[in-house]
Write a protein that binds this ligand. Structure first.
Ligand code: PHE
Length: 460
């Protein structure tokens, strides 16, 4: 157990973990949620959720991961060998993360396609369907048509998904330090630099201040109980909680890593990226007169933003930079999702790293293909009224993750020895103990209830 590989540096720890947390949730979910849910009021509620839900649950996962020193299942077994059934909570996390990976990989393929089409300029070369419709409607029709071609087509999305799968395989096969850590150390600074460049540009646009007030104008009338649940759900998803990722990554943290501090740093960096995305998007949307267009989800990044780039000078340049940013954000998230299963194969079946990576990635060629085709040619095939893609998303994200989150809190709050949690948070008593009291209380009494609210809210 003691030879288990560890991350080599503090920066590596933060970069890899932030890389997992920062993903499409920050780009296409948070800004639109904020704007629709009361602006600055939502932001405040969201920050509160990060403190009362995000940081405690993240710290608990880190503790389980580093103390358990194994994969998402082995951690439970190592911490409480005599409590037989708890490995199932880990199994749920592994299964959920694998299912999420199967469709997240497809989305990461879309981002790569847009990057590619930005570089070649094809994204902005007009084609027939939009001709005849002029002005903004024409542009929107054009980019919707492009989106249909790139995303709901048959072959292109498959090819791009496969490219991402191979890229995942290469990085994962290089190992934790040479693959995941090195890649994160390069990609995360690139991501932050790109974000800052975009921010600086957006803030110089003519309607920057109007855009910011559209984004952050406090609107108390928009606040309902649903606002709180949305903020909780956003925090839960954005911080990649209960997916086995944090348990797996923290098993690579060395003994002197300060877990609470790491959780705070990661959460705040994730929050910062989300806010910066809003600062980038809304001034642009206002300046180019698209505030009544689609500002959420895939349509924001694949239709509305290209419309903006098309109107700006340096279209291809800005578009390329933006989709590079998006591809990096998506890629580091897929790596972290895949690592959950790779670690499981290594620890549980004692597989060599390379073999474990192949065993994890190969089935995804089939699973992700099914997800990709279910958005396009197979979209008539539905389960409970949803395409396979949306069905997996709903089951894994909305049900399996919250259930896993509740189990995790119950385990760390009530089942695992208090001393174990204490030792992890205080690094065997060498750090201040005050944080431990707060964390233990939150994990025992507050976090599971908050997650239960997220879960139950969907059914009422
Ligand atoms: N936290 C990521 C985001 O904000 C979502 C994610 C999901 C990341 C699954 C990894 C795995 O988009």
């Amino acid at each position: 157990m003691s030879e288990k590989i560890k991350f080599g540096s503090k920066i590596g720890i933060i970069a890899a973990t932030v890389g997992s947390a920062v993903g499409l949730g920050n780009v296409w979910r948070f800004p639109a949620e904020t704007q629709a849910n009361g602006g600055a009021v939502f932001l405040l509620i969201y920050i509160l959720c990060i403190f009362i839900l995000g940081i405690p649950v993240m710290t608990a996962e880190f503790s389980l991961g580093r103390g358990g020193n194994s994969d998402a299942i082995g951690a439970f077994r190592n911490v409480t060998p005599h409590r037989k059934g708890w490995w199932m909570a880990g199994a749920l996390a592994i299964l959920a993360s694998y299912l999420i990976l199967s469709f997240y990989m497809v989305v990461s393929g879309w981002t790569l396609e847009y990057l590619f089409q930005s570089i070649t300029g094809n994204l902005y070369t007009p084609t027939t369907p939009a001709e005849g419709i002029v002005g903004i409607e024409g542009e929107e029709a054009l980019f919707q048509d492009r989106m249909a071609q790139y995303i709901t087509g048959t072959y292109r999305p498959l090819v791009m998904t496969y490219v991402m799968l191979v890229a995942n395989l290469c990085i994962l096969a290089l190992g934790v330090q040479k693959g995941i850590e090195k890649m994160s150390n390069v990609m995360m600074p690139v991501l932050f630099v790109l974000l800052l460049i975009f921010c600086a540009f957006s803030l110089t646009l003519p309607k920057a201040s109007e855009g910011l007030s559209f984004f952050l104008k406090p609107d108390f009338s928009a606040v309902t109980p649903a606002t709180f649940v949305n903020a909780l759900g956003q925090a839960f998803f954005s911080l990649s909680l209960a997916m086995g990722i944090l348990v797996t990554y923290s098993s690579y943290y060395p003994a002197n890593t300060k877990l609470t501090r790491t959780a705070v740093t990661v959460s705040l960096l994730d929050l910062m990226v989300a806010i910066l995305m809003g600062v980038i998007i809304f001034p642009a949307v206002m300046t180019f007169g698209l505030a009544d267009h689609q500002l959420a989800g895939s349509a924001l990044v694949f239709v509305t933003l290209p419309e903006i780039f098309a109107q700006m000078g340096g279209t291809q340049f800005w578009s390329t930079l933006f989709f590079l940013l998006l591809t990096v954000a998506a890629f580091t998230s897929t790596i972290s999702l895949a690592e959950v299963s790779v670690a499981f194969m290594e620890c549980h079946f004692k597989m060599k790293r390379i073999k474990a990576c192949v065993v994890v990635i190969l089935p995804l060629f089939v699973l992700s293909s099914i997800c990709s085709l279910s958005v396009g040619p197979w979209s008539d095939f539905t389960i409970c009224g949803k395409t396979i893609f949306d069905f997996l998303d709903a089951v894994a994200t909305n049900i399996m993750l919250p259930v896993g989150g509740i189990l995790l809190c119950v385990y760390m709050g009530w089942v695992a020895p208090r001393k174990f949690f204490y030792n992890e948070i205080t690094n065997n008593g060498t750090l201040r103990t005050r944080t431990f009291g707060i964390m233990a209380f939150m994990i025992k009494w507050i976090s599971p209830i908050l997650i239960a609210i997220i879960l139950i809210w969907q059914f009422i």
